[in-house]
Design a protein. Structure first.
Length: 362
C-alpha cells in the first residue's frame, strides 16, 4: 500500500470520527444486561457518565447498575426527554430491534445512536488517531482503521482477516531465545502454551500461566503435564497459577458472559473467592520477556498492575484490545506512556470484531 493509500485510509477515519455530540444532553443507555455491565464500566468510572439505564426486561426496572437507576421504557418517556440514547448490545440485530422500538414509540427530542461505539470513538477521536499514527506498518494501519470503522457500523471494503498465528503474527514474536520467560495471562486450557512451544520449538527458559477458573485450570494442568512429557521439559519450566491478574490484589467473583458464554472476573467491589494478583508483585524479583493477555476485558486493569515490570524489562506484549471499544485506543497509549521506545502493530485474527491483538515491542 502506498503512502497515498495510507493517507486516504486516515482521511476516511477522520471523516468517520467527525460526528459531534451535544455534551449538554443527558445520556441514557438502552439495555442493562451483560453488554452494559461489562462495557459501560469504563464509562461510569471515566469521563462519560450515563444518567440512567433503560430496560423492560422483567425485574430490571427499579434496580441499579453502577449506582445508576434502571428504568422502564415507559418511565424513559418522562425521564429521558431530549437525551442521547446509546444502545447497549453486542448483537447487531438486537440493536436494530431496539432502534425500531424507539422509532415506533419515540422519546421526545431524544437522539438515538445505533452504534454506541461510534459515540465512544467520536468522543475520543484524538486518541484513536494518535494510535493510528503510532502504528509501525501499513498492514497495522489498514487493520486498525478497518476495525474502528467496522465497530462504528460503517461498510468497509476489502477487509483482510487472514492473519494466522494469534499472539505470534509479528516476526519479533517468533524469535527463539533460550532465556525467554513467557507469561500467559488467560491461560485458558493451555492452548497458547502448546502454540508457544511449537512456534519456539521448545526453546525458552520458563513459562508462567495465569488462569483463575477451576475447570479451565484443570484442563490446562492436564495439557501441560502431557506437554512436559512430549517435549522432555523440566517440571519447573512451566508454572501454572490459579489466579486472575489486575491492578491490585483482591478476591473476585466469577461471571458468565453472554452471548458467547465466556468467563470473566467481576468488578472489584463484588468480593468473592477468586484471587487476583498484580504482575508487578508476582515478578518483583524475576524478569520477563514476553507477555500475552486475553482476559475478557481485564487487560486495562492488568496494565495498571504491571507498570514497574514493563518499565524495567520492556517485554514483548501481545494484548487483546477488542473486549471493549475503550481498549482500542487506551491500551496502546498507556503502554507508550510507560515506555516511549515501544513499536506497535495490530493484527486481526477472526472474521468479526473479535480477536484484534495489539503487539508492542522494542
Amino acid at each position: 500500500m502506498s503512502n497515498i493509500d495510507i493517507k486516504s485510509v486516515r482521511e476516511e477515519l477522520v471523516q468517520a470520527l467527525s460526528r459531534k455530540f451535544d455534551d449538554s444532553k443527558k445520556i441514557a443507555v438502552y439495555g442493562a444486561g451483560d453488554t452494559a455491565e461489562r462495557w459501560f464500566a469504563p464509562f461510569v468510572r471515566g469521563d462519560v457518565v450515563p444518567n440512567c439505564f433503560i430496560d423492560d426486561t422483567p425485574g430490571k426496572a427499579g434496580t441499579f447498575l453502577y449506582e445508576k437507576p434502571v428504568i422502564s421504557l415507559e418511565e424513559a418517556h418522562v425521564e429521558c426527554k431530549g437525551a442521547l440514547i446509546l444502545l447497549a448490545s453486542i448483537v447487531q440485530k438486537t440493536r436494530e430491534t431496539m432502534a425500531d422500538t424507539l422509532r415506533k414509540d419515540p422519546i421526545e427530542d431524544a437522539e438515538v445512536c445505533l452504534e454506541w461505539e461510534e459515540y465512544v470513538f467520536c468522543k475520543h477521536s484524538d486518541e484513536v488517531l494518535a494510535v493510528f499514527d503510532m502504528l509501525e506498518d501499513e498492514c497495522s494501519k489498514r487493520t486498525y482503521a478497518n476495525m474502528i470503522l467496522t465497530r462504528m457500523g460503517k461498510t468497509v471494503q476489502n477487509l483482510d482477516y487472514s492473519c494466522k498465528d494469534q499472539y505470534f503474527a509479528i516476526a519479533e514474536f517468533t524469535k527463539k531465545d533460550i532465556y525467554e520467560v513467557f507469561v500467559d495471562c488467560g491461560g485458558y486450557v493451555g492452548d497458547t502454551i502448546e502454540q508457544y512451544l511449537n512456534i519456539k520449538a521448545g526453546v525458552f527458559e520458563k513459562i508462567v500461566a495465569f488462569e483463575p477458573f477451576e475447570r479451565s485450570f484443570r484442563a490446562m494442568s492436564t495439557r501441560t503435564a502431557r506437554l512436559v512429557q512430549e517435549w522432555g521439559l523440566e517440571e519447573n519450566q512451566i508454572e501454572l497459577v490459579q489466579a486472575g491478574v489486575g491492578e491490585k490484589a483482591y478476591k473476585a467473583k466469577l461471571k458468565i458472559c453472554k452471548p458467547a458464554d465466556g468467563q470473566a472476573l467481576s468488578p472489584e467491589r463484588a468480593h468473592g473467592d477468586i484471587p487476583v494478583i498484580t504482575l508487578d508483585n508476582y515478578f518483583a524479583e524475576q524478569k520477563i520477556s514476553f507477555l500475552k493477555a486475553d482476559i475478557e476485558g481485564y487487560e486495562w486493569n492488568m496494565l495498571h498492575g504491571v507498570e514497574r515490570v514493563i518499565r524495567r524489562d520492556r517485554p514483548k506484549l501481545a494484548i487483546c484490545m477488542y473486549h471493549t471499544p475503550f481498549d482500542m485506543y487506551r491500551l496502546a497509549l498507556k503502554i507508550r506512556l510507560y515506555c516511549p521506545d515501544y513499536k506497535f502493530a495490530v493484527r486481526q485474527h477472526y472474521c468479526d470484531i473479535l480477536e484484534t491483538v495489539l503487539y508492542a515491542y522494542v
